[in-house]
Design a protein around this ligand. Structure first.
Ligand code: THU
Length: 127
C-alpha cells in the first residue's frame, strides 16, 4: 500500500499549483474501504486562499463518499520528511484515528512513519 500511496502522491504533486512558494506537495490517503485518493497544494494570488495537498486529498475522499482514513502519505519535492501543517493535522484527525499511520518521504519513497496521534497529541475532537 505504501508504494501505491507514494505513486499517487507523486502524480498529484506533478499537478501542484504553487507558483508563489515554488514548493510542490502531493498527498495520498487510503480510506478504510481501500480506495486511494490524492491531492496537491493549490495556491492563489491572494495568498491565504491557497490550500494544502492533504486538504485536497481529504476533499476528494469525502466527495466520493468515504469517511475514514486508514493511512496517509505526504511528499514534497524540495524537502525530505515533510509533515502535515497544523491545520491539516486537525483535518486529518477529523477522519482518522490516533493510530493512523502518516508516511513521510523523500523523492524515492517512505523514510519514516509516524502515528497521527504523535503529530497531533491532545487534539480537539467530538469526544
Ligand atoms: N503545504 C502542503 O501542501 N502540505 C503540507 O503539509 C505543508 C505545506 C503547502 C502549502 C503551500 O502551498 C506550500 O506547501 C508552502 O507552504
Amino acid at each position: 500500500m505504501k508504494n501505491r500511496l507514494f505513486e499517487a502522491a507523486r502524480k498529484a504533486m506533478a499537478n501542484s499549483h504553487s507558483p508563489y512558494s515554488s514548493f510542490p506537495v502531493g498527498a495520498a490517503i487510503v480510506s478504510t474501504s481501500g480506495t486511494v485518493y490524492s491531492g496537491c497544494n493549490i495556491e492563489n494570488a491572494s495568498y491565504p486562499e491557497g490550500w494544502c495537498a492533504e486538504t485536497s486529498a481529504i476533499a476528494h475522499m469525502v466527495t466520493a463518499g468515504d469517511t475514514r482514513i486508514a493511512e496517509v502519505l505526504v511528499l514534497a519535492e524540495k524537502k525530505i520528511k515533510t509533515t502535515p501543517c497544523g491545520g491539516c493535522r486537525q483535518r486529518l484527525a477529523e477522519f482518522a484515528d490516533a493510530d493512523t499511520p502518516v508516511h513521510l518521504c523523500d523523492a524515492n519513497g517512505v523514510l519514516e512513519t509516524i502515528r497521527l496521534g504523535d503529530l497531533l497529541p491532545a487534539s480537539f475532537d467530538l469526544d
